[in-house]
Design a protein around this ligand. Structure first.
Ligand code: TYD
Ligand code: MG
Length: 454
């Protein structure tokens, strides 16, 4: 018995479902984001046994392992984030702000892959001529790339099934539409169904598919959060528009680690891989100014040096301002509280700004010490030693806690010519070898570390 079709309303921002339309989403509080979706009802009652088909399960030990087949793109920064190349049949969502370089990197992948693969580039955003012009500028000379400007997802999938290209790129999912669904392109239902159709097509034929997805103002993938659940890999392209560095970050990966990053630089001939991100992030550093402190964080498998800048000024309005760019705002407040309570350094009537240079985001607690030291250096207006780096987690009692991979961090510091490293004393036992050029200063507390700033 086929029941009546039922409407549900889904929030475009967070995926919250409600049986009634709401002006304000009860899930995320956004206004005017609920969109109608029609669902076929599930049959009521107990299903008769004839309708249940038999299923089997296999013992884990009996499942044989074959290596997933991967296509290595040759763009090392991308291959690392993907976990060693593109897995056959995987669906990769590439997301990021407008103008960050998503279309550019797709064309560059086309170029890197040129020899063996047949690539289908489907664009709903640009005309074939615009794509050709960009490809010319990027030096893509590839006869095996075909460009299609089409927005009907069913036609695209039919073409894919008939032509069986080796790789498909969809730019972007928000421009695609499914003719059986009445809502406009970019709506949650359209995006979800289009993604599902692509996923089924890609999986059944073993064709990897890159899908470009736009982000909304909040930085989430626009429209459906649901899309993130459907695809195998979510890559996020980030960076400041007005700076040339771009960081490709894996947010989800069914075929590899998620905390890898790839670093690129946008040039006039497209994206260039940055093999030595530490050197790039430290270039242009001013050494005789207070408030700067270098730290070393582990991004995926790589240690990367980053510069923390702290600025402390007299507050003009009674209400002290705090801002953090590239560092967690609450963590900054916590560090300020520790400095105040444990070390008697008062910031309560001072404006405090923290910035991580180069558009980096430091989420690791190991960055705590450098942030605290840059704040103290800013407060006292005394520059830190330019050859000093610091890392370690700061606890609420003002103690310094051990962080993993200390050896990798000091190796990176030594490689870039630093001569002094302040680190938690408990990290010293992780160190098996230290270059002579680098002096290790193990400290137990934030107070001890600060005493080095005279
Ligand atoms: P694009 O790939 O179109 O961004 P998205 O697809 O994510 O919206 O990137 C466009 C920006 O990159 C644009 O502002 C110009 C810049 N750009 C360069 O600086 N150099 C280049 O070689 C290319 C192709 C783009
Ligand atoms: Mg684009």
């Amino acid at each position: 018995m086929a029941g009546k079709l039922k409407s549900v309303y889904i929030c475009r921002e967070c995926g919250y479902e409600s049986p009634k339309w709401l002006g304000k989403c009860a899930g995320c509080g956004a206004w005017n984001t609920m969109e109608e979706d029609v669902v076929a009802p599930v049959k009521n009652g107990i299903t008769s046994s004839s309708a249940v088909h038999s299923v089997t399960a296999k013992a884990l030990s009996e499942i044989s392992l074959t290596d997933e087949e991967r296509i290595v793109t040759g763009i090392a920064e991308l291959d690392r984030v993907l976990g060693g190349g593109i897995v056959k049949g995987s669906v990769i969502l590439l997301s990021g702000d407008p103008g960050i370089g998503k279309s550019t990197i797709l064309l560059q992948i086309c170029n890197a892959l040129q020899k063996e693969s047949n690539i289908l580039y489907v664009s709903g955003e640009e005309s074939a001529m615009q794509i050709k012009m960009r490809a010319e500028r990027l030096g893509v000379k590839n006869d095996s790339v075909s460009v299609m400007t089409e927005t009907d997802i069913q036609s695209v999938c039919e073409y894919i099934s008939a032509q069986k290209p080796d790789i498909v790129m969809i730019d972007s999912i928000q421009t695609m539409h499914h003719s059986e669904i009445s809502s406009s392109p970019g709506s949650i239902v359209q995006v979800r169904e289009s993604t599902n159709l692509l996923l089924r097509t890609g999986k059944s034929l073993g064709i990897p598919i890159f899908i470009v997805g736009h982000v909304n103002k909040g930085g989430d993938i626009a429209g459906p959060k649901v899309m993130e659940h459907i695809v195998d890999t979510v890559l996020y392209f980030e960076g400041e528009r007005n700076q040339s560095y771009r960081i490709l970050r894996g947010m989800k990966n069914r075929f590899g680690s998620t905390n890898e990053i790839g670093v690129f630089e946008m040039t006039d001939i497209g994206l260039r891989e940055v093999e030595n991100p530490s050197a790039m992030l430290l270039s242009g550093r001013m050494t005789d100014v207070s408030g700067g402190c270098i730290t070393c964080v582990i991004e995926g498998t790589r240690p990367i040096l980053a510069e923390v800048q702290g600025l402390v000024t007299t507050s003009g309005f009674g209400n002290a301002r705090r801002t953090a760019t590239g560092f967690d705002y609450n963590r900054l407040n916590l560090l300020l509280a520790v400095l105040e309570k444990r070390l008697g350094l008062y910031f309560s009537n001072l404006d405090t700004y923290v910035n991580i240079v180069g558009g980096m985001r430091l989420d690791e607690p190991a960055a705590d010490l450098a942030v605290a030291m840059s704040l103290v250096s800013g407060l006292r207006d005394i520059p830190l030693d330019e050859n000093l780096i610091a890392f370690g987690e700061v606890g609420l009692s003002g103690e310094l806690r051990s962080v993993p991979r200390a050896q990798a961090r000091i190796n990176e510091a030594a490689r870039l010519g630093f001569t002094k490293c302040i680190l938690p004393k408990s990290c010293l036992k992780q160190i098996t070898s230290c270059p002579d050029s680098l002096e290790l200063i193990g400290v137990r507390s934030l107070g001890q570390a600060i005493s080095i700033i005279k």
